[in-house]
Write a protein that binds this ligand. Sequence first.
Ligand code: KDG
Ligand code: MG
Length: 402
Amino acid sequence: MQIADVRVITSCPGRNFVTLKIVTDEGVYGIGDATLNGRERAVAAYLEEHVAPLLIGRDARRIEDAWQLLYRGAYWRRGPVTMRAIAAVDVALWDIKAKAAGMPLYDLLGGKSREGVLVYGHANGADIEETCDEVERYIGLGYKAVRAQSGVPGLDKPYGVGRGQMFYEPADAALPTETIWSTSKYLDHTPKLFEALRDRVGFGVELLHDAHHRLTPLEAARLGKSLEPYRLFWLEDVTPAENQEAFRLVRQHTVTPLAVGEIFNTLWDCKDLIQEQLIDFIRTTVVGAGGITHLRRIADFAAVWQVRTGCHGATDLSPVTMGAALHFDTWVPNFGIQEYMRHTAETDAVFPHAYRFEAGLLFPGDTPGHGVDIDETLAAKYPYDPKQLPIARLEDGTMWNW
Ligand code: KDG
Ligand code: MG
C-alpha cells in the first residue's frame, strides 16, 4: 500500500485549521491535524515543502519508520512546527492502518480500557457570580468535571474568560491583542472564586483551573496552597516549565494536583517533571507531541511514576485531534481526563466525526480509523484568516507570559 498523494488543506470554518490528507494507491486515505494556533502557515509550508516529497511512494503501513525518518532524518529535532508536522503524518497513517484493518483505532492500539472518556468543560464568567452560574450550567448539561476561570477585578481581559460562548477563543486578531496582567490581583481573587464555587456546587463535581504560565514558582506554590481546601482535580500551568526543575519548589509546598504540558512537544520536555514526580497529569496531546506514536511513549513513561494523562483539547485542536485523542484515551491505561471545548457548527460541518458527548463522557465511535473526516469542498469555502494569540504585559508595561 503506497502513498500516492499528500494534500495540505488550510481552512477557516470559524477558526483556522491545517489538515493533512494522505491518499494511498489502494484508495484508502487518512487524515491528520497540523494546526499550530497563530503560526498555521509555518507548519503548512513545512509539510508541503519538506515532508510531502519524502512520503510519495512510501509504504503507508510503515508508521514507525516514517516517524523516525521525519524526526531523526531532519537532523533538526523537536519544536512545535516539526513535531506538529510529524504528528499530522503519524495520525493520518494510523487512520489508514486502522481503516485498512477495519478496526476503530482504539482496537489497533490494544483495545478499550474504559467505556467512555471523562471530559472537562470550560466555564468562565466576568466575575465570581457569573462563573458560578456557568459551572452550574455545565453540571446541568451532564458534565462531571468543569474548569472555572473568572474575570479579576481591575484586570480588563484576563486569560480564559470568553464572551458569552461555550468556549474560549483566544486568537482574535491579525495582530496580537494586548492584555494587562497583575499577579497580586489574581492571587487575591482566585481563592475567593473557588470558595464561592464549593459553597454553590459542593464537592460532587471535579473543578479545575488554569494559571496559564503566569506565576513564578513561589507564587505558584502560594496559589496551590491557598486552593487546597477546595480540592481541585488539577491546577494547570502554574509556572512556565522550560526549566523543569522549577516545579520542585511548587511541589514542596502544596498537595494541590499539578498538570502541565500543552505546549510540550516531546518526552524530553517533560521527562524530569515525570520521573521526579513533580506533576500529576501530563497535558501533551496528539497534535502537539508527534502523534499517536510519540504520545504513547510519553504515556507509558508517565505510567511508571503514576502520572496520568490529561490531553489538551481547546478549540485550536481540530476535530481530527479530538477524534484521535479519544481513541488514545479509550485505550491508554493511565488515563486521567480529556479537555473538551466544543467547536462551532461550521467546524463540525467541515469535519464530520463519529465521536459524541453523553452524560459527561465522550465516546470515540466505532467506525474504522479515528472516525473524523474532512469535507474538502466545504473547507474550500472558508479561506485562511490570519489570527494571532494575545500577549500580556504587566501594569508597568513589562512584557509577560500570556
Ligand atoms: O492556543 C492556545 C490555547 O490552546 C490555550 O490557551 C488553551 O490553555 C489552554 C487550555 O488549557 O486549553
Ligand atoms: Mg491550558
